[in-house]
Design a protein around this ligand. Structure first.
Ligand code: BG6
Length: 548
């Protein structure tokens, strides 16, 4: 968008002694990621020497043979073990339909760790984890599976001293969520005594495919669970920079006073992927970009950017504020949908010099598919803080590059003081919160270009996570798993947020579906989406911040 004339160097460059001090301060200070420390003392929690709470836990994974377990959960548990964030009293029980014994399961997971770990393998840690790993084969629909599960839980609980704290992770297809939870409930395996032991379940999106289905899933869960036993993962909230939005806003005195309609012109949230639909055609055909990304990831980011400051960092206080701002999103009628949203679908093209197929030629995709792979929209928030400030959201596959960022564009200076000089236009200040890759925050502002004439150039103040804190080997699941074990729900979606998300998206889906082909604008792979998405901002006199 603009060219930087100068990059300011970070205060503490990589490798400098001071950066180690900064890292240590950050680790030991009361940041969001160790906000569990704020929770009341409870016999559930142990206090190990590093001050982190690591309650004894029996971690039960339904879908133990699946991709999520292999690619995310096991590597994340390995990383937690390696960073001393798991309790000694810990065991994992994998449950799945594929017949296998514990010995073979350990051998399989051992290989998976070897193949997928994001850090060099330490054999002692790997063995420590494998020694605590067990397997139970059984059909998720068969009550017998749960009778055997009950026996095994009792045995493992005694053998590993896990004090009755059971964490059930649903790494299965969503069709099994309600069934498994009801079967666990029928066996009494979800009854907890909050002062003595916990019973929690973790589920992952999709939480339904529209408002009615999300409501009925929530209802099925609440038939056997309290809301505070349910941890709905949105893996975007495990990303450091998403959590850092709250720290940036609320741990600094200087940004909050300008974080409102008086100073902010508009906000852009972009979640762009260069990958296509890969092997997920069957799922994606029914979901599309809108359902897949907006009610969850994009609206979660929006809620962090736009929420009011909570009174405390107590999980309920934070989640109340998030839900409040989502409820304030202006509802769209069909005319609004036509004017304020754009759907697109990728065609053939080239990304990074490689030719790629059109969406309709991907595996398990209908050759005349009407599923959108790109969605953009303008949202308004009806609140004192945000009245009149548009929030532009876009997400898509096969876009020019992979980038997730929030752009806060401020209003221009109120007075043009430089009229008798070559300066005829001032560039507004832009704050960019880069979520991935190259996590960081940059603020651009105008500076005088050296020389006898007054000329203004745009410069950046740039903070890069990796430069200050190094590259942490992480899957993005470590904080989330740690927080579930510690009973901290701040970074998880509550049922009301999920339902509000669908109520924002459902009216858009309805109009797009009724328009069929006419709703879908084709775009070449490797671009920034259909031209109609540019027109969406152009009609407001604005532009997306794109990258070369
Ligand atoms: C998932 C979506 O929730 O998020 C995928 O189902 C998408 O379609 C993915 O690719 C993006 O996650 P990330 O962490 O790679 O940005």
């Amino acid at each position: 968008m603009h060219s930087s004339i100068k990059q300011f160097s970070p205060r503490t460059p990589r490798g400098n002694d001071t950066s180690a001090t900064v890292r240590e301060e950050v680790r030991t200070s009361n940041t969001i990621s160790n906000h569990a420390d704020d929770l009341k003392e409870s016999p559930l929690f142990q206090q190990p020497s590093n001050g982190q709470k690591r309650p004894p836990t029996l971690f039960v994974v339904f879908g133990a043979q699946g991709d999520l377990t292999k690619r995310k959960l096991i590597p994340a548990l390995y990383n937690l073990a390696a960073s001393n964030h798991l309790p000694q009293e810990f065991a994992i029980l994998g449950v799945d339909g594929i017949p296998m014994n514990t010995e073979d399961f350990r051998a399989k997971i051992g290989q998976d760790i070897q193949e997928l770990s994001s850090r060099p393998i330490d054999t002692t840690i790997k063995e420590w984890l494998l020694d605590r790993l067990y397997y139970l084969s059984g059909d998720f629909r068969d009550p017998q599976t749960y009778a055997r599960l009950q026996d095994m839980l009792t045995q493992l609980n005694t053998a590993h001293g896990t004090q009755g704290n059971y964490l059930y992770y649903m790494a299965t297809a969503p069709t099994f969520f309600a069934e498994i939870v009801q079967q666990l409930g029928a066996k009494g395996l979800l009854v907890e005594d909050r002062d003595e032991f916990s019973r929690r379940i973790v589920i992952e999106k999709p939480f339904g495919h529209d408002l009615p289905s999300a409501r009925s899933l929530n209802q099925a869960l609440r038939d056997v669970l309290d809301e505070n036993q349910i941890y709905r993962i949105d893996h975007y909230l495990g990303k450091e920079t998403v959590q850092n939005i709250l720290v940036f806003r609320f741990a600094n005195g200087i940004f909050e006073p300008v974080w409102n309609r008086q100073y902010i012109d508009h906000v852009q949230i972009t979640v762009a992927e260069s990958l296509g639909v890969e092997h997920r055609g069957t799922y994606y055909e029914k979901a599309g970009a809108l359902r897949d990304m907006v009610p969850n990831h994009l609206l979660q980011i929006l809620s962090f950017v736009a929420m009011e400051p909570p009174n405390t960092f107590d999980p309920e206080a934070v989640r109340n504020e998030k839900a409040k701002v989502l409820r304030a999103i202006e509802p769209m009628n069909p005319v609004d949908v036509l004017q304020s949203t754009v759907a697109g679908q990728y065609e053939a093209g080239s990304i990074g010099g490689r030719s790629v197929l059109p969406y309709r030629a991907e595996v398990n995709v209908d050759p005349v598919s009407l599923t959108e792979t790109f969605a953009a929209m303008t949202l308004g928030i009806e609140s004192w803080r945000w009245e009149g400030v548009p929030f532009y959201l876009r997400t898509g596959k096969r876009l020019h590059t992979r980038v997730t960022e929030v752009v806060i564009q401020f209003k221009s200076a109120p007075l043009m003081l430089f009229r008798k000089t070559p300066v005829d236009r001032l560039t507004p200040n832009v704050l960019v919160i880069r979520i991935q890759p190259d996590e960081g925050i940059s603020l651009s502002f105008g500076a005088k270009i050296p020389g006898p004439k007054v000329q203004v150039g745009t410069v950046d103040m740039d903070f890069q996570y990796a430069e200050y804190f190094g590259d942490a080997p992480s899957t993005g699941y470590e904080t989330l798993l740690h927080d579930v074990m510690a009973g901290d729900a701040t970074l998880f979606q509550r049922s009301d947020s999920v339902e509000v998300g669908w109520s924002v998206v459902d009216p858009i889906v309805k109009v797009w579906e009724s328009l069929g082909l006419h709703a879908i604008h084709p775009y070449r792979s490797g671009t920034w989406g259909p031209p109609e998405a540019d027109a969406l901002l152009a009609k407001d006199g604005r532009m997306w911040r794109n990258h070369n």
